[in-house]
Design a protein around this ligand. Structure first.
Ligand code: CMP
Length: 134
């Protein structure tokens, strides 16, 4: 069965959206293969977001993502990467369609409620960083 990684970012956790986000994925038919609450430190962030290291927005992203705990999960279901990306909406929440998580719950760019792996390769890399024991 296909898998993907989702992270409820610090803004989503602070705003009490964890249940809402998980509920949407459960109702869609995904099962939760792993779930953890954790705080990312700078080393972990630099590893996790390594494709963005050196980009102009990286310092703001790093500061934001270490600003509070996140909730990470591995979801299992058909075409998980593709379906979940559709369900979360585009990166800029203020441009995300209604009915998507970012479209319904935020206006931010850096603070865009959730992260989800954008490809099978990203899932493999990211899930090893967040769930090293799996
Ligand atoms: P995410 O899907 O987690 O991937 C990288 C994150 O960087 C993105 O969501 C945003 O939170 C943040 N970000 C901030 N500025 C930009 C930008 N200009 N382009 C892409 N991502 C950005």
């Amino acid at each position: 069965m296909d898998r993907t990684l989702v992270i409820v970012k610090p803004d989503g956790v602070r705003r009490g959206l964890v249940g809402e986000v998980i509920s949407r994925f459960e109702k869609k038919g995904f099962s939760i293969a792993a779930l953890r609450l954790l705080s990312l430190d700078r080393n972990l962030v630099r590893d996790f977001y390594s494709p963005h290291l050196g980009k102009s927005f990286f310092p703001e992203l790093e500061q934001f993502i270490i600003s509070g705990p996140v909730v990470a999960m591995i979801l299992e279901g058909a075409n998980a990467v593709e379906v979940v990306r559709r369900m979360i909406g585009v990166t800029k929440s203020f441009e995300a369609s209604s009915g998507t998580i970012r479209g319904d719950f935020g206006l931010g760019y850096t603070d865009n409620v959730v992260h989800a792996s954008d490809s099978q390769e990203s899932y493999s890399r990211e899930s090893k960083i967040i769930f090293p024991d799996l």
